[in-house]
Design a protein around this ligand. Sequence first.
Ligand code: IDP
Ligand code: MG
Length: 153
Amino acid sequence: MEKTLVILKPCTLQRGLIGEVISRFEKKGLKLAGIKMTWLTDKVLNEHYAHLSDKPFFQRLKNAMSIIPVIVCCWEGIDAVRVVRAMTGATNGRNAAPGTIRGDYSMSSQENIVHASDSPENAAIELARFFKDGELFDYTWLQTACVYANDEC
Ligand code: IDP
Ligand code: MG
């Protein structure tokens, strides 16, 4: 099954929304394959946000992402990347549709609660960036039989 990376950003930890956001992914029927708290370094943020390095907000974004620790997690499921992106919503919380995570909890284009991988290719790169060998777990998840029909997985 497909795996995707979610980062619960510093604003989410400060606002006491970690459980709330994780609960959404659990209730959707995604399987938790790994989770940890970590403090992001400038080196990791330069890689992770390389596509934004020419933006005026780049340094401010990196500062915000390293002001306190984050929670990184890996969610697994059929089409997990697309499903999690849809649950995440538009980048700017003020434009994100109600019912999405950003639409329900964010008023900002920067402080927008979660990062979610945007393609299976980037998910693989990002998971390797944030999780070491042995930090992602392959285990029998009893919910699989209720979450999916037999012929789906
Ligand atoms: P995404 O998180 O929806 O994939 P990206 O364009 O990849 O959006 O941007 C990464 C992160 O950079 C966003 O989640 C947000 O925190 C920040 N960001 C993006 N655009 C802006 C902006 O216009 N102002 C401030 N921060 C921004
Ligand atoms: Mg992005």
